[in-house]
Design a binder for this molecule. Structure first.
Ligand code: SF4
Length: 476
């Protein structure tokens, strides 16, 4: 899962969610004008059909004349600029006057330059929509992959988007950056990311980052993982490939590498269930399996530490007095102790055998001290109580109206705060992580229009009648 900011000052309330807004006397569809760079009017956004429709789309075919005029405008703006200005941000330009420059780039068919610029503002290109970790705290309620929806972007669509961006930048003499940051995942684990081409060739997370070429420093964050099955040769090889890939770069070019550690992972949460059923032995087996899984991540990533790259720990845990599930900060500390013990065993075995990760006792102690310090430094943090996580708290949570109001305010005053999520079918969803809105904008993907999973944070989803804790549990 992508890093989320911590929500402070959550006031637990006992009332049930007040969810349904008055739906009478509202237009069937509300159209909005896209901002140049300024504020974005969301005032009617929360009315049905809960989809953002944008005006100003250039639906007629662009002409050579449109292209020529856009090119002339571009040249006029940059003509007196000194080399030190380049590459410039796209927002320096009036995107309406650049309209036409995209002519003939298939992936942008049907979109105006203003829309393209808007969509490429800090986009999160969702290569995959799904996750097999089944964490019980998943704020996005990420579900395992299925055949019912388009859960994985096609290689051809991803490549066409990257190539389209590069072609457009090329038409601006590579003096302009169309995007400065690009994420590649949200409700998925990087170690599971796969896309396929028409011949069935599979591309993993590293392959997808390689497609970005020199733009790797613009990918943020670089990788998040909750670990992988350490007995899976395929996943272990993929993790080692990632380490080798990172080592080709310098630490300042590489953004976050995040390891998620918490009692909510499917394995550990299942252990707690078994414990409650009196199956102590099996529960202990699963707890140790989870600790080994995490220790193996730290072990595999240790060449990064030795080469001055930093690795972050995403530690999440609910304080023990706010949940009676046993999945709390005390469980987290117990996991940390187990992980450090397992990690020492792995390093010692390596030192007395292959010496792949540690060559000397001093090196081993140095790495252990580093990881020990990392856990000390990162205190467990509270969770966002949305999605499946709602079921973990003792108290009922009513945040819906507050979240919606915050989202409105945020989008009005700081539109850039909303992230642009690009679904595997090319459609844009605007998101503040806890609230999201579908739009009627989409890239011209081959898979355009195919159904994708809704986000648990989409307005339609969060406005559903309040579900009981049992129903929420049933979802994972
Ligand atoms: S299930 Fe877990 S690993 Fe997967 S996206 Fe959700 S929180 Fe992240």
């Amino acid at each position: 899962m992508k890093i989320l900011p911590v929500l402070n000052n959550i006031n637990p309330v006992s009332a049930k969610q007040k969810t349904q807004k008055a739906e009478q006397n509202v237009p069937a569809k509300t159209a909005y004008t896209l901002p140049y760079t300024g504020s974005f009017d969301f005032q009617n956004y929360f009315l049905p059909p809960k989809i953002l429709a944008f005006t100003g789309s250039q639906k007629t075919p662009l002409t050579d004349e449109d292209y020529k005029k856009a090119e002339e405008y571009f040249k006029e703006v940059i003509k007196d600029k000194n080399q030190s200005f380049f590459p410039m941000g796209i927002k320096v330009f009036d995107s309406d006057k650049l309209n036409g420059l995209q002519k003939g780039i298939k992936i942008f068919d049907g979109l105006t330059m203003r829309e393209i610029v808007f969509m490429l503002n800090k986009p999160i290109i969702l290569l995959n929509r799904g996750c097999n970790n089944r964490c019980v705290h998943c704020g996005f309620s990420a579900a395992p992959f299925s055949n019912k929806t388009l859960d994985r972007m096609s290689y051809e669509d991803f490549k066409a988007l990257i190539d389209g961006v590069k072609e457009l930048e090329n038409r601006m003499d590579n003096k302009v950056q169309l995007y400065s940051e690009m994420g590649l995942f949200l409700d998925s684990d990087c170690m599971e990311i796969e896309i396929k081409d028409k011949e069935g060739q599979v591309y993993d997370c590293v392959d997808c980052m390689r497609l970005l070429g020199d733009d790797i420093e613009k990918v943020t964050p670089l990788l998040d993982t909750s670990g992988w099955n350490f007995e899976s040769a395929k996943h272990q090889a993929m993790a080692e490939k990632f380490v080798d890939f990172v080592l080709e770069h310098s630490p300042e070019d590489v953004d976050d590498i995040n390891i998620s550690i918490n009692p909510y992972h499917g394995l550990y949460a299942r252990a707690m269930e078994l414990e409650n059923e009196g199956k102590t032995e099996k529960a202990e087996e699963l707890r140790q399996k989870y600790a080994k899984r995490v220790a193996n991540v730290l072990f595999t990533f240790s060449p990064l530490i030795k080469n001055d790259f930093s690795v972050n720990i995403l530690a999440r845990a609910i304080p023990y007095d706010e949940t009676d599930t046993g999945l709390d900060n005390r469980a987290y500390y117990s996991i940390v102790m187990r992980v450090l013990d397992e990690l020492r065993i792995m390093f010692e075995k390596d030192l007395s055998g292959e010496k792949k990760y540690v060559q000397t006792k001093e090196e081993l102690e140095g790495l252990m001290a580093y990881y020990d310090g990392l856990f000390e430094e990162f205190q467990p943090r509270n969770l966002f109580p949305w999605g499946r996580a709602q079921a973990l708290f003792n108290h009922d949570i009513e945040l819906i109206e507050g979240r919606i109001k915050d989202f409105q305010d945020m989008c009005t005053s700081m539109p850039q705060y909303a992230s642009n999520l690009i679904n595997p079918n090319g459609a844009l969803v605007l998101s503040r992580m806890d609230v999201s809105a579908k739009t009627d904008l989409d890239f011209n993907f081959e898979n355009k229009g195919r159904p994708v999973k809704p986000f648990a944070t989409e307005l339609d989803e969060i406005l559903k009648p309040a579900r009981t804790k049992e129903q929420l549990y049933d979802e994972f």
